[in-house]
Design a binder for this molecule. Sequence first.
Ligand SMILES: O=C(O)CCC(=O)C(=O)O
Length: 293
Amino acid sequence: MPLDLSLKIDRVENISREEFQEKYMRPQKPVIIRNFFGADAPIYKKWSFDYFRQELGHIDVGVFDVEGSSMSADKTYKHAEDSMNFGEYLDLIQHHSTTKRLFLFNVFKYKKELKNDFPTPDIIDHVLGFIPFTFFGGKGAVTRLHQDMDMSNVFLTEVIGRKRVVLIDPKYSDMLYRYPFGVHSSINVDKPDYDRFPALHYVQGYEFELHAGDTLFMPSGWWHHIEYLSGAIGVSIRSLSPYYSTRLRGLYNVGVLTHVDEICRKVIGDKWGSLKARIAKHRAEVAIEHDGH
Ligand SMILES: O=C(O)CCC(=O)C(=O)O
């Protein structure tokens, strides 16, 4: 049986600041916003595979390919394992299937003025302006189910291409068997193993496609699984949660938790991963007892 991903996400265009804050930001409810940066924003017309090949085809970029069989399910990968010429990488993702991705790629380091192509809309506050990131990937690339560690709100804009997104409320974190000391889950959203992970029976989420011109508002801590349905280019901007407890949680995750995890992995070795899996299982059992019906 597939996961219950039958919730329907709202789609809006030209939403006012008041409506966005009241209906989506304060309740932390996801929504897809069409032409978030304004219909005439240069990003929608100027950014393309050809444009990047022409402007930055000569640089080398760090390439992630960690979603394969060799990855540790509970580990957050922060550094690219490989590097490639950007022009060749763009040819690859434009014309072929590949699992290679550019993840949290700071293209603005090479071309600062690209930031002017997408003015921050005034419907949002507390934008973390210093870190817009870009995402490049080829058809077939997958970002496994995870939460963003800094717990910021994410506005993920699809500039070119299509993606399939699975989005799940953080209230289900225990039922998703979240590994402690991290932001990953043991489960595969496309092949849920209900025998090993029975709490998945109680999880509900959204599943939808993002198309060029769509921006997904992903509230703090929402679980996401992203599959590239074509070669794609995206950009995300982030904003602080309206809630201080969530902001603190993000600071704690980035400043403390992730380092404790790395130290324990080094000191304890493989047993650390299995201990975390046991804790995740126990928490899911408790959640079934409290919330399962
Ligand atoms: O590749 C993408 O489009 C976004 C990936 C993402 O949001 C993430 O890895 O947190």
